[in-house]
Design a protein around this ligand. Structure first.
Ligand code: DGL
Length: 288
């Protein structure tokens, strides 16, 4: 079997897997969530790298010649080292792809004001990966980032649609818009955040109306588009497989999906159904 592996620290990568499977349901997939050690967002570079490498090796062992890091934090902190340092020795014919570059490639085309905001974990924001990638591809764009340290715990603990989440969503959005009021495009640079999309849009419309009233500029409040990554990662992967038929031919097409977690499989099954709206079969594994 040749599976496409999708890895995340927890449940967030399911938003990426969902986008990919909607576009390419024919392939066989393995999803691995390192839920027992999530969140990764506040962990050091070395720890995120070590944990991500363990997960990648496990997915290789399970029969995945291609692994997608469906996690921005791992893409920011571990992808380059794995691609350049580890792959040539451990599996030169395997590939590991991340989610930051494919997102950066489209974002410059989506903004009219050329002012872009990134919402992500502390680790991703501190790495400056989005700023570097977007400004390299679109030198006319200004990029500012805001860490949202409470958002992953809200999602991992199923609190994302509860009234208590409103405060934390509003607080981070306000901090982002204060840094740059001309932002018209916000990237959800963490795969957990699409679950907060309704709250984000709700709070954003209140905040931008308020800012517009204060500044009394323009004929109407500016529209801010919030961009989840899933669809762009799916398009980018499809394009990658067209450009790499030697990899596409190693992947089997039975339309299956297996789920692995480092936490309890019962806990994963309950929470995953909130992301995927279907019951899933889950196997517990250990990483080391
Ligand atoms: N879902 C991960 C990301 O996209 C991070 C979650 C975490 O902090 O573990 O960055």
């Amino acid at each position: 079997m040749g599976y496409i592996g999708v890895f995340d620290s927890g449940y967030g990568g399911l938003t990426i897997l969902d986008g990919i499977r909607q576009r390419m349901p024919e392939y066989d997939y393995i999803y691995l969530g390192d839920n027992a050690r999530a969140p990764y967002g506040t962990r050091s570079f070395d720890v995120v790298y070590e944990f991500t490498l363990q997960a990648v090796k496990k997915l290789f062992e399970m029969g995945c010649p291609l692994v997608i890091l469906g996690c921005n934090t791992a893409s920011a902190k571990a992808l380059r080292s794995i691609q350049q340092k580890d792959l040539p020795t451990i599996a030169p014919d395997h590939r590991v792809l991340g989610v930051i570059r494919p997102t950066a490639e489209v974002v410059g085309q989506l903004s009219h004001t050329k002012h872009i905001g990134i919402l992500a974990t502390e680790g991703t924001i501190k790495s400056q990966s989005y700023n570097l990638e977007i400004e390299k591809l679109y030198p006319d764009c200004t990029v500012v980032g805001q860490a949202c340290p409470m958002w992953v715990p809200l999602v991992e603990n199923n609190e994302f649609d509860k009234p208590g989440a409103d405060y934390f969503v509003r607080d981070s959005l306000q901090k982002l818009l204060t840094q740059d009021p001309l932002i018209d495009t916000i990237i959800l640079g963490c795969t957990h955040f699409p679950l907060l999309l309704d709250k984000i849009n709700q709070q954003l419309s209140q905040l931008s109306t308020l800012n517009w009233l204060r500044r009394a500029k323009g004929s109407q409040p500016p529209t801010i588009n919030v961009i989840p990554q899933g669809q762009y990662i799916a398009t980018s992967l499809e394009d990658y497989l067209h450009r790499h038929p030697e990899m596409a031919s190693r992947l089997t097409r039975g339309g299956t999906c297996q789920y692995l977690t480092t936490e309890s499989s019962t806990k994963f099954r309950e929470s995953a159904s909130l992301f995927l709206h279907e019951e899933v079969n889950v196997q517990h594994i250990t990483l080391n």
